[in-house]
Design a protein. Structure first.
Length: 244
């Protein structure tokens, strides 16, 4: 019995059924919502015993999937009753349940992704996905098909985030960065980096600074160095990542 005299809630254990392998090697610059970087491809590697091919029978008929996942990089930090969403400039606090913050009572997230291909090799199963907003190594705990007639609500209200994010950032590449993209084994690398940086991944409080700011982000097996001022981003260099 709980202290209030009511039965204690049953404990639920969630199994990790698969692991995401994505180009985002760190939390910084991961899109804040799925689908914003359409060229982002990722692989969901299924783990035994959940890689049983029969469990995926019929899945290829769906274009999109819901993924339920664990915020594994922040779960040890616990939850916060109020958070500062970037959409409000990172200054105003709202309740955690009015946001998609990672700092939740249970560190679970929900993301809709494109199903590009379902692959099988014997008893090994993996899914090729598009539009992913998940960091590399994210544990997946469930998969469900996306149903457009049920999951899309055209007249829904978006609260304090009623409109898509501002994508007016101009992204330029130095000659060295352009050459690195042209010689990379990763198809459409320049497009992918552009789609990531056009969203301005800087913390909200830094967007008001009146000077050039330099940053680095790990994407695929590269360390991408760039600088930002106002609505202009310049990609300075794209070099092999020593941590890859």
């Amino acid at each position: 019995m709980s202290k209030a005299g009511s039965p204690a809630a049953p404990q639920t254990v969630l199994d990790t059924i698969g692991i995401i392998r994505s180009p985002y090697k760190e939390k910084f610059a991961v899109p804040r919502q799925p689908g914003l970087v359409s060229s982002a491809r990722a692989r969901l590697e299924m783990l035994a015993p959940y890689n049983e091919p029969s469990a995926f029978r019929g899945l290829a008929e769906f274009s999109h999937l819901w993924l339920m996942f664990v915020f594994h990089q922040t779960q040890d930090q616990g939850w916060k009753p109020t958070v500062r969403p970037p959409r409000l400039g990172g200054n105003e606090r709202v309740g955690v349940f009015a946001t998609r913050s990672t700092f939740r009572p249970n560190p679970l997230g929900l993301s809709v992704v494109r199903l590009l291909e379902m692959c099988k090799d014997g008893n090994k199963v993996w899914l090729e996905l598009g539009g992913v907003d998940l960091v590399d190594g994210t544990p997946i705990v469930d998969i469900k098909p996306y149903l457009p007639w049920a999951d899309s609500v055209p007249d829904a209200h978006g609260g304090f985030a009623p409109d898509p994010p501002d994508l007016s950032m101009e992204v330029l590449f130095s000659p060295a960065a352009e050459q690195a993209c042209a010689t990379s084994s990763i198809a459409d690398l320049q497009q992918f980096i552009t789609e990531v940086l056009v969203q301005d991944p800087r913390p909200a409080y830094k967007r008001q600074q009146q000077e050039w700011q330099q940053y680095g982000v790990r994407l695929y097996h590269y360390n991408v160095r760039f600088e930002v001022f106002g609505h202009l981003t310049r990609v300075l260099s794209i070099e092999p990542d020593d941590q890859a």
